[in-house]
Write a protein that binds this ligand. Structure first.
Ligand SMILES: NC(=O)c1ccc[n+]([C@@H]2O[C@H](COP(=O)([O-])OP(=O)(O)OC[C@H]3O[C@@H](n4cnc5c(N)ncnc54)[C@H](O)[C@@H]3O)[C@@H](O)[C@H]2O)c1
Length: 460
C-alpha cells in the first residue's frame, strides 16, 4: 500500500477568507483526502483574505489533483497555483561545473590558461600518465547511458535519461567527492556505444555504465574492460550485486545460517540478477536456483542466450525445472530483481525455516513485504519506506572513490567482494537485527569503508 512521499510533493498557493478557522479548514480538507502536510506558510495577509502556500506529500499525480480539488471545494477558497516540487528542483538541471582555481587577474590567467598551460600540455604529451596527476582525470567519472533501460520505465532514450544521470552525478559528489558527468549517447547500437566510450575515455578515471538494457550491457561492459586502461563498472549489475551480497551476509548472521548450507533462489536474470548470481557464486552457496520470466533456468531449456547459458552452467546443481513457486519450496533465501507481485505469504510459507526474502523489484516488490514478514525472518526491499533498503548508493560512490584513489586500471571481482564485506561490516554486531541488516544510505562511514576496501583490494 503506497504512502504519501516526497516524490509527489506539491506546493499549493491558495486564497482563503481570513477567518479564525481558515487554517483548520484548509489542513482538514487535505487530511480528509489523505495528503500529508509538510509546510504551511502565510505569504500575504489582507483585511479580506489571506494567501497561503501549503506544501504536502501525495501518493501519485492523481492524488495530488484530489488534494487541490478538495481545497477548491471549500467555500471562499481559490487555488491560485500548484507547483510540483520535484519539477521545481529540476529547473535548469541539478549539477554545475565550478572552477577550483582563482581567475582574478592576468597573473592567474597566465598560469591557469595560456601561456602557462602549454607547458602542462607538453608534459602530458611527453608522459601521458601525468594526465592522472595534472588533470580532472584524477577525480572524474563518466556516467554513460544510452537511455534504453531508464529506472523501471524502459527505453526512454538519452535526453529523458539525463535527469537520472544528473542525480547520479550529484550522489557521486555528495557521498564520495567524485566529479561525475552525464554522457547520454544518442545511439543504442552496441558498436557505436563502445566506440563512443573509447573516444571519450582520455578525460576520465573511470566509466560508470548506467541504465543500459540487458543483454547488450554485458557485451558493452566486457569489451570496454578489455579495451580501456580505466575501470568500467555497470552500476545496475555490480552496484546491486555488492549491496545484495553484503546485505545477505548480515541477514544470514541474523538467522544463524551458513551460506554453504543455503539454497538461494534468484528471480530475475537480467542486468541485476546475473551480476548478483556471479558474485554470490564466489561465496560457495549450497545452491543457486535462477528463475526468469520463462521459469527456472536449467541446462535443458532451449531459449538460453549466452548469458543464461553461463548461468545455467554454474547454478541449479540438481537440474530443477518448473516455475518460481516450485523453486521457492524449501529455499533459505529469495532474492528478487524481476517484476512486481509474483507471490504471496502462502509461497513464503513453503520456504525453509528462518527464511530471508529480498524483494527488490521497484517500485513494487515481488512480494508485499508485510505479507512476507508473516513467515520470513528477514525481509528487505528497494524501498525507502520499509526497513532494510537495498540501495546501490551504498556501493557506487565508495567503489569509485577507492578506484580513483588507487589509480586503478581495471576492476576485479575481488574488489567487488571487498566492497560487499565493507558494506556489511559497517553494521556492527551490536546494531545488527532483522530490521537493520544494511546501514543507512546517509551513514558517512559507508563510502569511506567501501573506498578503503576497494583501494586495498586494488593494491593487493
Ligand atoms: N533495489 C535495488 O537496489 C535494485 C537494483 C537493481 C534492480 N532492481 C530492480 O530489479 C528489477 C530488474 O532490474 P534489471 O535491471 O535486472 O532488469 P532486466 O530487465 O535486466 O531483467 C529483468 C529480469 O526479470 C525477469 N522477469 C520479468 N518478469 C518476470 C516474472 N514474471 N517472473 C520471473 N522473472 C521475471 C526477466 O526475465 C529478466 O531476467 C527492476 O524492478 C529494478 O528496479 C532493484
Amino acid at each position: 500500500m503506497p504512502v504519501p512521499g516526497p516524490g509527489y510533493s506539491i506546493t499549493v498557493r491558495v486564497e482563503a477568507p481570513p477567518s479564525a478557522s481558515a487554517a483548520g479548514d484548509l489542513t482538514g480538507a487535505i487530511g480528509r483526502v489523505g495528503g500529508v502536510i509538510t509546510a504551511f506558510d502565510v505569504v500575504e495577509s489582507h483585511a479580506d483574505r489571506i494567501v497561503v502556500d501549503i506544501s504536502c506529500n501525495a501518493v501519485s499525480a492523481n492524488h495530488a489533483k484530489d488534494i487541490t480539488d478538495a481545497l477548491e471545494a471549500l467555500p471562499g477558497v481559490a487555488v491560485r497555483k500548484v507547483s510540483d516540487r520535484t519539477f521545481l528542483i529540476h529547473l535548469g538541471g541539478k549539477i554545475e561545473v565550478n572552477s577550483k582555481v582563482a581567475l582574478r587577474n592576468r597573473d592567474d590567467l597566465s598560469r591557469a590558461y595560456t601561456p602557462g598551460v602549454a607547458r602542462v600540455c607538453e608534459a602530458i604529451a611527453a608522459n601521458p600518465e601525468d594526465a592522472r596527476r595534472l588533470t580532472i582525470k584524477r577525480n572524474t567519472v563518466a556516467v554513460v547511458t544510452d537511455g534504453s533501460a531508464v529506472l523501471g520505465l524502459g527505453n526512454l532514450g538519452p535526453a529523458a535519461a539525463l535527469p537520472v544521470m544528473e542525480g547520479k552525478a550529484a550522489l557521486f559528489k555528495k557521498f564520495a567527492g567524485v566529479d561525475a558527468w552525464p554522457v547520454c549517447l544518442d545511439t543504442q547500437d552496441t558498436e557505436e556505444i563502445i566506440r563512443a566510450v573509447e573516444l571519450i575515455a582520455p578525460v576520465y578515471g573511470g566509466i560508470n555504465l548506467e541504465d543500459i538494457a540487458a543483454p547488450r550491457c554485458f557485451e558493452i561492459e566486457a569489451r570496454l574492460r578489455e579495451k580501456l586502461d580505466i575501470p568500467v563498472f555497470h552500476d545496475d549489475q555490480h552496484g546491486t550485486a555488492i549491496v545484495v551480497v553484503g546485505a545477505l551476509r548480515n541477514a544470514l548472521r541474523v538467522v544463524d545460517k551458513q551460506i554453504e548450507d543455503c539454497k538461494i533462489v534468484v528471480c530475475g536474470v537480467g542486468a541485476a540478477g546475473s551480476a548478483i548470481i556471479r558474485l554470490l557464486l564466489h561465496k560457495n552457496p549450497g545452491d543457486v536456483i535462477a528463475v526468469d520470466v520463462n521459469g527456472i533456468v536449467h541446462q535443458g531449456r532451449d531459449d538460453l542466450d549466452d548469458n543464461l547459458r553461463s548461468i545455467a552452467d554454474t547454478t541449479n546443481r540438481e537440474g530443477m525445472t518448473g516455475r518460481l513457486h516450485d523453486a521457492l519450496v524449501g529455499a533459505d533465501v529469495f532474492i528478487g530483481v524481476s517484476a512486481p507481485n509474483l507471490f504471496g505469504a502462502e509461497q513464503v510459507a513453503t520456504m525453509a525455516d528462518r527464511a530471508v526474502v529480498f524483494a527488490l523489484a521497484n517500485p513494487d516488490p515481488e512480494v508485499d513485504p508485510m505479507e512476507a514478514q508473516k513467515h520470513a525472518a528477514v525481509v528487505a526491499t528497494g524501498r525507502s519506506d520499509y526497513p532494510n533498503q537495498i540501495n546501490n548508493v551504498l556501493a557506487f560512490p565508495g567503489v569509485f572513490r577507492g578506484l580513483l584513489d588507487a589509480q586503478a586500471r581495471g576492476i576485479s571481482d575481488a574488489m567487488l567482494l571487498a566492497a560487499a564485506d565493507a558494506v556489511a561490516d559497517v553494521v556492527d554486531g551490536d546494531r545488527l537485527n532483522p530490521s537493520f541488516i544494511v546501514p543507512s544510505v546517509f551513514d558517512p562511514a559507508v563510502a569511506t569503508a567501501v573506498a578503503d576496501a576497494v583501494r586495498k583490494a586494488a593494491h593487493a
